[in-house]
Write a protein that binds this ligand. Structure first.
Ligand SMILES: [Zn+2]
Length: 300
């Protein structure tokens, strides 16, 4: 735990957990820069599609940083809009940091005036190794709205009232940034019926909700403004307590060894079918690296 004022300030590529002082309201705030810009350079597509990938990556790292143990958090979206599918994941590194990645498949049969994300599904998977059972949850993608879908996910999976705000935009010089903030009302979980002051709980939650709604997307994205400053602007009247900060890194987990393991499950005939001129190429969907394998080395 650190105080707001003594801290140097976290800016880009960090996620901060916080609690509104003396209230059962917790939250998280994140801003992404480097991982997002590295991923988006792979895409030659309209900005409204890139923006949705940025929002998904910010939301994924925000939710992934809530995992209790080291693991991999994956968000998969299928939609009938211009984005056919979108995957982003967040893997912790075991030292208070994690790597976020993402990719999109653009539909080739949906017109440019159709919504970027239409109706569909948002699926969340959490794999925290031996410590916890693998979790999978699915919610409807309500009219392509990631915020609503995330709120619905918490309502159905944990019965926690949640507000989420996500922004992603490009500056005049073409640099992208994405950011997200969420608050959650933990009252039902943390207090017994006997001690609960329902009126105060309701008032606290309504006030926090209203304060969050005053936050402008450009403030949330402003790289000159530390994450602490954003929280202070919103909740200074009650005070904010800060918890851990998670560093968000760029990178990829693909490797030739892992792909060689995948290829080992194919028989010789299948390998010959997918080879071209004696070489099998496999492209990582996330980092777009082309991994090449010589067929004769795989089948001897
Ligand atoms: Zn990769």
């Amino acid at each position: 735990m650190t105080s707001l004022l003594n801290d140097n300030g976290y800016f880009n590529d960090h996620c901060l957990a916080f609690q509104i002082e003396a209230q059962d309201i917790k939250g998280r705030i994140i801003r992404l820069d480097k991982p997002l810009n590295e991923i988006l350079t792979h895409y030659d597509c309209p900005d409204d599609i890139k923006r949705e990938l940025g929002k998904a990556m910010a939301l994924t790292a925000l939710l992934g940083s809530m995992m209790k143990f080291d693991g991999i958090f994956t968000m998969q979206i299928k939609s009938d809009g211009r984005i056919k599918s979108m995957v982003s994941d967040f893997a912790t590194n075991g030292n208070g940091s994690g790597v976020v990645r993402g990719y999109i498949n653009i539909a080739d049969d949906v017109g440019p005036n159709e919504p970027v994300l239409g109706n569909g599904q948002l699926m969340i998977t959490m794999d925290q190794g031996q410590h916890m059972a693998r979790y999978q949850g699915v919610v409807e993608l309500q009219n392509g709205d990631l915020e609503n879908s995330a709120e619905e996910y918490f309502q159905t999976s944990e019965q926690l009232p949640t507000h989420v705000m996500i922004s992603c935009d490009k500056s005049a010089n073409g640099h992208w940034s994405a950011a997200a903030i969420m608050i959650q009302h933990l009252a039902q979980n943390t207090q017994s019926e006997m001690t609960r002051d329902d009126e105060k709980q309701k008032d606290d939650w309504n006030t926090a909700t209203i304060l969050l709604s005053t936050l402008k997307p450009e403030e949330l994205l402003d790289s000159e403004l530390s994450l602490q400053s954003v929280l202070f602007r919103l909740f200074h009247e009650s005070g904010v307590r800060l918890f851990t900060a998670t560093q968000i890194m760029s990178g990829c987990r693909c490797s030739e060894d892992k792909l060689r393991d995948v290829l080992a499950s194919f028989d010789t005939r299948e390998l010959r079918d997918i080879a071209e001129d004696g070489v099998i190429s496999m492209t990582c969907e996330f980092c777009k690296t082309d991994h090449k394998f010589e067929l004769k080395k795989l089948i001897n």
